[in-house]
Ligand binder design. Structure first.
Ligand SMILES: Nc1ncnc2c1ncn2[C@@H]1O[C@H](COP(=O)(O)OP(=O)(O)OP(=O)(O)O)[C@@H](O)[C@H]1O
Ligand SMILES: O=P(O)(O)OC[C@H]1O[C@H](OP(=O)(O)OP(=O)(O)O)[C@H](O)[C@@H]1O
Length: 213
């Protein structure tokens, strides 16, 4: 049988995930010296890490080519799928917020508002919950540019320290929901490789509580 495969979100969540593996006593030499390799052994050969973009973590786990995944709650909310979300890993903490220019009252006036975001499903769901019709425009990154350039009235985006908003004359209008990294599991793997997955989950839980989350 192949090793258990865990898809990891490249970039921001990668370092903390490797830190977690090390806390679990797993050798992460290959992950530290990965070069351009995308599939790396973790520990003694029972686990391998697949490095990919956040949305692809969900795709690989849903299709069962990866048994587990580490992905932000932001991505889960934007691309809901059929998998189990089994653990809050406690790192990658930030939040979704509605934000806009400092000097403007977003809710004033009756004109339909335009919202720029990398997360159109999250933005639509937020405004549906307020029974507000908005025009949503998808942006791929540096979303804060959209209101500065006059493309949108506001943005729905991730806020961590608030520096990006502040340095661009924007501010939080409303907090939407907290975000952190989550562990997800393929539904079939959960049944077929139950013992191995449960053992891994216990090790993770122990490592996280040692770190005091
Ligand atoms: N400022 C932030 N603070 C904390 N966590 C963040 C922050 N921005 C993103 N994240 C979390 O880290 C995950 C990965 O973000 P990262 O910025 O590394 O990649 P990305 O923006 O999704 O993709 P790209 O590779 O296009 O930049 C996000 O899905 C989110 O869960
Ligand atoms: O509140 P802060 O600490 O300033 O962090 C928030 C910023 O971090 C993320 O962007 P990222 O750096 O991932 O770049 P991107 O906009 O190109 O995705 C997010 O989209 C915000 O722009």
């Amino acid at each position: 049988m192949r090793p258990l495969r865990i898809a990891l979100t490249k970039g921001r969540l990668e370092k903390d995930t490797v830190g977690l593996f090390e806390q679990m006593g797993k050798d992460c030499e290959a992950l530290h010296n990965k070069g351009r390799r995308l599939i790396l052994p973790v520990g003694d050969g029972n686990l391998e890490a697949v490095l990919c973009k956040a949305a692809d973590v969900i795709t690989y786990v849903e299709h069962g080519v990866c048994d587990l995944g580490v992905v932000g709650r932001d991505t889960i909310l934007e691309y809901p799928g059929s998998f189990y979300e089994v653990m809050d890993l406690g790192f990658g903490r930030c939040r979704f917020a509605l934000a806009g220019p400092k000097d403007k009252d977003f809710y004033s006036g009756y004109r339909e508002k335009t919202i720029a975001t990398k997360y159109p499903n999250v933005a639509r769901a937020f405004f549906e919950s307020k029974a507000m019709d908005v025009n949503v425009i998808k942006i791929e990154g540096s979303v804060e540019l959209a209101p500065l350039l006059g493309l949108s009235d506001a943005i729905v985006d991730i806020v961590e320290t608030g520096s990006t908003l502040k340095e661009n004359g924007l501010q939080v209008i409303e907090e939407i929901t907290p975000i952190s990294a989550r562990l997800i599991v393929n539904t079939a793997s959960m049944k077929l490789r139950k013992e191995e997955i449960e053992a891994l989950l216990s090790q993770m839980e122990a490592a996280l509580s040692e770190k005091g989350r």
